[in-house]
Design a protein around this ligand. Structure first.
Ligand code: ZN
Length: 87
């Protein structure tokens, strides 16, 4: 049976978290909450798509930043912050 980790990412429209399964990293059925997950885990689900079970909004896993002077964690946090402020 395949093992994976789960990353929960909030729907950009209604905020309902949706599960994305990652085969990156340790795959121990761990639950992570975007963007607090190991890079290997996030990398595996980058650009995966799904839709919200609640409002049916289709959405895509935000891409990992590649050019950034901050640490990856700081960078992802900033991007999420900026995303939230745009709404
Ligand atoms: Zn939704």
């Amino acid at each position: 049976m395949g093992m994976f980790d789960r990353v929960w990412i909030p729907c950009p429209r209604c905020g309902q978290p949706r599960e994305f399964q990652s085969k990156g990293g340790e795959c121990v059925l761990a639950d992570y909450y975007w963007p607090d997950a190991p890079v290997a885990v996030l990398r595996d689900i980058a650009f995966d798509t799904g839709w919200c079970a609640l409002c049916r909004q289709p959405f895509e896993v935000p891409p990992l930043p590649v050019t950034c002077n901050e640490s990856l964690d700081e960078c992802i946090r900033r991007i999420v912050r900026e995303e939230l402020m745009r709404r």
